[in-house]
Ligand binder design. Structure first.
Ligand SMILES: [Zn+2]
Ligand SMILES: [Zn+2]
Length: 241
């Protein structure tokens, strides 16, 4: 797969159509039927599971590589996982995962299976949820992370409230009136998570060391550029020239 194919249709690299109409579609790769509004103009449809396969296979190794104690630093490494497209539902776990890895390294007690659990829960959020459901999947991964830390269930009181407030905070931070960018959403969600963990859970993370300047601008057709806080200064200069 060349880099061109990681931003559009992963079969033929044509920009995808995000329609207002759903239809029954058959996955070009595995044959599974799924209802979706997103399709390639050439007719290729890739189901959510197949879309995530290449990067999810590589994720365990990338988690080992993700050093550091700050969730921002961990997220920057996770986002370099080989095979991660420009956009797509495979991003949905990564902000929550970065926050939970940071929690563990800062001495927070977590269930043994928390990595599997954040993956299992976030994978249920379909691609395009930000636009179609009004719920960015990356932002919701903050709610998932808080739910895992507080052991929330539908029957708990405070823990359930906290998980919902966490998602709400991240969603507000991600509601920036720009076309979706999964990288921007993850960075905004981790920033919201840093504040939430400190204010509501008393968990303070050390400040980040790594740069959060975006490394994916050249492959994002809908980059918000100057309206994105992670747009690189070097690109801003070139854009203004
Ligand atoms: Zn195609
Ligand atoms: Zn498939």
């Amino acid at each position: 797969m060349n880099s061109q194919q990681t931003e559009h249709c992963i079969v033929c690299a044509t920009p995808l159509l995000y329609s207002n109409q759903v239809a029954n579609r058959v996955c070009f790769l595995c044959g599974k039927k799924e209802i979706s509004a997103i399709v390639c103009p050439e007719g290729h449809f890739i189901c959510n599971a197949c879309h995530g396969d290449s990067s999810l296979v590589n994720l365990p190794k990338q988690i080992e590589k993700a050093r550091g104690y700050s969730p921002e630093d961990i997220l920057e490494t996770l986002m370099q996982v080989p095979g991660l497209p420009m956009h797509g539902p495979e991003h949905h776990a990564l902000a929550g995962l970065a926050l939970l890895l940071a929690c563990e390294r800062n001495g927070v007690d977590l269930p043994d299976n928390y990595i599997d659990e954040v993956m299992r829960r976030s994978i249920q959020i379909p691609g395009g949820a930000c636009g179609y459901l009004g719920t960015c999947g990356g932002a919701v991964s903050l709610g998932i992370a808080v739910s895992i830390v507080t052991k929330a269930t539908p029957l708990t009181g405070l823990a359930r409230g906290m998980a919902n407030r966490a998602s709400a905070l991240a969603l507000l931070r991600c509601s920036d009136d720009q076309p979706r960018c999964c990288k921007r959403a993850l960075r905004r969600t981790v920033a919201a998570g840093r504040d939430f963990f400190k204010d509501e859970l008393g968990i303070a993370f050390p400040p980040p060391n790594a740069s959060q300047q975006c490394k994916d601008i050249s492959r994002n057709n809908e980059c918000a550029q100057d309206r994105c806080p992670y747009f690189r200064q070097i690109h801003r200069d070139r854009h203004n020239a």
